[in-house]
Ligand binder design. Structure first.
Ligand code: GLN
Length: 282
């Protein structure tokens, strides 16, 4: 238990030490949790290091640090994660948005699409990809689907918070409820981790649903299903852009080529890992 009436600097120091052995990002975690408790911006921590926490703030902070020590992701504790510099509500019904996925958003924005392009995001989860695209391109017609009803509700809550009411969000098992429509761009960050991957028992992913993380066939089942089915939903010249694991690029490229996609190319993320593959249906 920490001392009562810690200053901000002392609280951060204490929490970083507490989290050191269980988190690789102890200091960043401590800052995020404290900011949430005191409801301030990051600069406050360094402008007011000697300000003392109230006893309620202190108690909240200690409880959050203990929860983090038990492994729960910071994003779940504070209920929010930033993606594409936008705030997204998160919960344990779907994937926490990853910084790596920002390369998919950037790649989509770099495509030569019309101002009124039809765009589909499959397995939207929090809505991070679809809503970031709609935020940057308000005139695109963006549709987002997810199979999990709680994820659909979460994506809708994010849509409302971000005031992006033009985005259509549906419950659908991949394309099952997507009818009568052709898209100029289909994007997806589907589950792609091998069900036997031992990373699933480590770190934050332990607290995320397997439905958002793992797929059959060494993680390729959903990637390949989407690549195959998307052909019936793309306009002529439309693009498919898929996120995948850093070791999956070769097989994803081969599959896209086998299915008749052209200009197939892989894009690396900001950590220099192969992360997304793009193809064009002509
Ligand atoms: N990139 C995520 C991870 O490695 C997985 C995301 C996904 O399966 N779509 O944890």
């Amino acid at each position: 238990m920490a001392q009562s009436s810690q200053t901000i600097a002392q609280a951060l120091q204490w929490a970083s030490e507490q989290l050191h052995s269980t988190s690789e990002s102890a200091k960043v975690d401590a800052e995020a949790l404290l900011l949430h408790c005191i409801n301030k911006n990051r600069s406050f921590l360094y402008t007011w290091p000697d300000k003392t926490l109230s006893s309620a703030q202190q108690a909240d902070f200690e409880a959050m640090v203990a929860t983090r020590q038990a492994g729960r992701p910071v994003a779940h504790i504070i209920g929010e994660r930033e993606f594409w510099s936008l705030p997204f509500l998160v919960n344990d019904t779907t994937l926490i948005p990853r910084p790596d996925t920002e390369i998919l958003v950037e790649s989509a924005l770099n495509l030569p699409l019309a101002d009124d392009a039809n765009v589909l995001d499959l397995g939207t989860g929090t809505g991070a990809i679809a809503l970031s695209l709609a935020y940057e391109r308000p005139s695109w017609q963006v549709t987002a689907i997810d199979k999990v009803p709680e994820a659909v509700a979460l994506a809708k809550a994010n849509r409302d918070n971000l005031k992006l009411g033009q985005v259509e969000i549906l419950q659908s098992d991949w394309f099952s409820e997507v009818t009568d429509k052709r898209f100029d761009l289909i994007v997806s960050n589907p589950p792609y981790i091998d069900e036997a991957d031992n990373h699933l028992s480590q770190g934050d992913v332990r607290f995320e649903p397997h439905s958002a993380l793992t797929a059959k066939d060494q993680g390729y089942a959903d990637l390949f299903h989407i690549a195959q089915t998307a052909k019936s939903y793309l306009t002529s010249g439309g693009y498919l852009l898929l996120e995948h694991g850093y070791q999956q690029a070769i097989k994803v490229r081969e599959k896209l080529i086998e299915l008749g996609y052209q200009d197939v190319a892989t894009i690396r993320d900001f950590g220099s890992n192969d992360r997304c593959t793009l193809g064009r249906l002509c």
